[in-house]
Design a binder for this molecule. Structure first.
Ligand code: H79
Length: 656
């Protein structure tokens, strides 16, 4: 987590994404098909010269920067991220680096200049989306597979990076303070973390306080949008069209989402989410500690689709009343609430819980489970008179008495002021994520609550105030059930958490006499072919065979349409339960002693899967299979045990 630099962004919680470019001219339609968006040049395979002609038809005379920013402002959005350049390479700003820009259209105006000024007027942060992938620049590589007539001869990717930098310099010097640089299109095999770090540093050198998303690096895990461990992740993660299932403590993230089914303008796409759905999504995201970047795709006249205009206004009405429950809030302290969501803030005197009620209780009684604080007051944000709602305690729960009718059928918010920070009846947590072990296991317990003691029992007994006090990790050597609970002043103040830790027998190592003497490295077989999942290697003939230090893709003969099988031995340093992972793009699997441990098969972007196995110290058979269809290719094997932090499987463990 970054300090201060990010505080405006963390407080903002809600921003507008704008996808606007030449693709607004065809408006999603090509040769009678209407399913395209900003990817139209690639998806409809439009030759460069043909696409270039949209330029003469791009004259969005109805564009009104003030009007756009006012709509974002009135919707309650605190920042705008707009496409300075999308994958098509067309620049929506006045750049000296290429003619392929808006100043060479009949429009001849720089909309970014006008938007920067309007954002300043309305107090919104102005931000750029800038695509790394570029289907127009001669130096960008690779070419599209279908672009047979556009050779790559003479192309120089480093010169393309220099072009990018020159444009970033323009964007960061000609438009005042920029809030965020939002990169995208980083997944092709020409981009890597080294370029990512270089660009990150360069952008920060021009505007030190700017924020940069994780797509500047090459380690994004598919559309989940978070960066894989150990890779360069910029300032925040970027889930796309999805909301993480839970909050992600310690990780900043922003879900970007379309209102209908396209980012760029699509005339035929009327499948818009309702304002209510989007209000609930914004609430859900805030309750998990994230931001919502909601997209508008303006048309080639410079107008927002009327459906977007309506929805922005409706969201704005809700935000007018309930914005306090979104801005500057933190993730919910509750794991799950049956009737809705919660966000929270600290106040001078204590804290406030914002109870976002999606499902209004029929009996008018809202039950908030497991809150030990003394409540101060509660009122509906929709009630200008702030009429105090009756609050009664029912055991550990607080019951708030609501009017019979919800003020808002989508989400009515109760502000509940508490004395002190929320003190919920959460049980302690097991910090050990191994449930099985071979010899012994150190079990760590913890509670984030103030002034609590943890006491525990083994077997079936409920912890009492006379049970053992948890002071340091509990070492267990046999299968054991542990029960733990929080106590305060001699009284239990939480439920009991229970977990069974099972002693298992490890897979035996190969005897030293098995096989021949071991040499370092693993054997590989390299295959070529077109697959959507791992092939059955038994039916195939390898193109190449040999030995590599570890699971390297370097012996390949081509960057796409290939596959590897690696076989050898892994020297396990200590008997224990081991977790193995493969991070791959596309699919992979891993076997130990002929048992499949990891299944990460299928056609996908960079994705990580894991599995575990108890292994005795010594040599075990290891087999890894990988295939790549097109795009980026990537394979890394990681390992972890209770004794070892997650790390790349050391080369020193591999033999054949
Ligand atoms: O600008 C919008 C989209 O045009 C852009 N991102 C949003 C914000 C976008 N680019 N691509 N996609 C959305 C979907 C692409 C998915 C894939 Fe891949 C590209 C599948 C395989 C290559 C990325 C990399 C996802 C998996 C690997």
């Amino acid at each position: 987590m970054q300090p201060d630099r990010m505080s405006w962004w963390r407080n903002a919680r809600f921003g507008m994404f704008i996808h606007w470019g030449l693709y607004a001219v065809p408006a999603g339609e090509w040769n009678g098909k209407t399913g395209y968006g900003e990817w139209i040049r690639n998806s409809a395979e439009i030759p460069l010269e043909v696409y270039d002609q949209f330029r003469s038809r791009f004259n969005p005379v109805q564009f009104d920067a003030d009007g756009w920013v006012k709509m974002a402002h009135d919707a309650g959005m605190k920042y705008i991220v707009i496409t300075s350049k999308h994958h098509d390479g067309f620049c929506m700003f006045d750049t000296k680096q290429t003619d392929f820009n808006i100043m060479t259209t009949p429009f001849k105006r720089d909309p970014m200049k006008e938007l920067a000024a309007a954002c300043k007027k309305y107090g919104l942060k102005f931000c750029f989306y800038h695509s790394i992938m570029d289907w127009h620049h001669p130096d960008y590589l690779p070419r599209r597979e279908w672009e047979k007539d556009r050779g790559a001869k003479g192309a120089d990717f480093d010169r393309y990076v220099a072009y990018m930098k020159a444009q970033l310099k323009e964007l960061l010097t000609n438009y005042g303070d920029i809030g965020v640089l939002w990169f995208d299109g980083e997944w092709e095999n020409t981009w890597n973390d080294k370029y990512g770090k270089e660009i990150y540093q360069y952008v920060r050198s021009l505007q030190p306080d700017i924020l940069i998303n994780n797509r500047v690096g090459a380690g994004r895990l598919d559309m989940e949008g978070l960066t894989k461990e150990g890779a360069f992740g910029g300032d925040f993660g970027t889930p796309e069209q999805q909301i993480p299932a839970t909050g992600l403590p310690g990780v900043d993230w922003e879900t970007c989402m379309t209102m209908n089914e396209h980012w760029g303008y699509n005339r035929a796409d009327k499948n818009f989410k309702t304002a209510g759905e989007m209000i609930r999504m914004l609430t859900d995201i805030a309750s998990k500690g994230g931001n919502y970047l909601l997209n508008v795709g303006p048309d080639a006249n410079g107008l927002f689709p009327p459906e977007s205009v309506d929805r922005l206004a409706a969201i704005g009405q809700w935000m007018q009343v309930n914005g306090a429950a979104i801005y500057g809030t933190k993730a919910s302290p509750f794991r799950d609430l049956s009737w809705g969501r919660c966000t929270q803030k600290m106040t001078a005197a204590g804290s406030v819980l914002y109870l976002h009620i999606f499902d209004w209780p029929n009996n008018g009684q809202l039950e908030l489970p497991g809150v030990l604080n003394t409540p101060e007051e509660a009122f509906l944000l929709a009630d200008p008179g702030k009429t105090k709602l009756k609050i009664l305690r029912k055991g550990d729960a607080l019951v708030i008495y609501l009017p019979l009718k919800a003020p808002d059928s989508v989400n009515s918010v109760v502000a509940l002021y508490l004395h002190g920070k929320p003190d919920l009846t959460d049980p302690p947590e097991f910090k050990t994520d191994f449930n099985t072990f071979v010899d012994s296991l150190q079990v760590v317990l913890a509670s984030e609550r103030d002034n609590v003691e943890i006491r525990y029992e083994t077997g079936k007994s409920e912890p009492l105030n006379s049970s053992r006090l948890y002071l340091y990790p509990v070492t267990i050597k046999a299968t054991t059930t542990l029960n733990a609970r929080c106590f305060r002043g001699g009284k239990p103040v939480s439920g009991t958490i229970t977990r069974e830790f099972v002693k298992v027998t490890p897979f035996q190592a190969l005897s030293p006499h098995q096989g021949t003497a071991f040499n370092t490295g693993v054997r590989f077989e390299y295959y070529e072919g077109t697959w959507d999942s791992l092939p059955d290697f038994r039916t195939l003939k390898p193109v190449k065979e040999g030995v590599v230090a570890d699971f390297l893709l370097t012996p390949r003969g081509q960057d796409d349409l290939f596959s590897f099988k690696y076989e050898g031995y892994v020297l396990i340093p200590q008997s224990s339960v081991y977790v193995f992972y493969t991070g791959s793009d596309d699919g992979s699997r891993l076997w130990i002693d002929d048992h499949q441990v990891v299944n990460n098969d299928g056609l996908h972007g960079l994705a990580e899967k894991s599995g575990s196995m108890a292994l005795a110290k010594g040599y075990h058979k290891i087999r890894v299979a990988f295939f790549e269809r097109t795009g980026n290719e990537n394979l890394v094997v990681y390992v972890r045990s209770q004794y070892l932090p997650k790390q790349k499987l050391p080369r020193e463990w591999l033999y054949h």
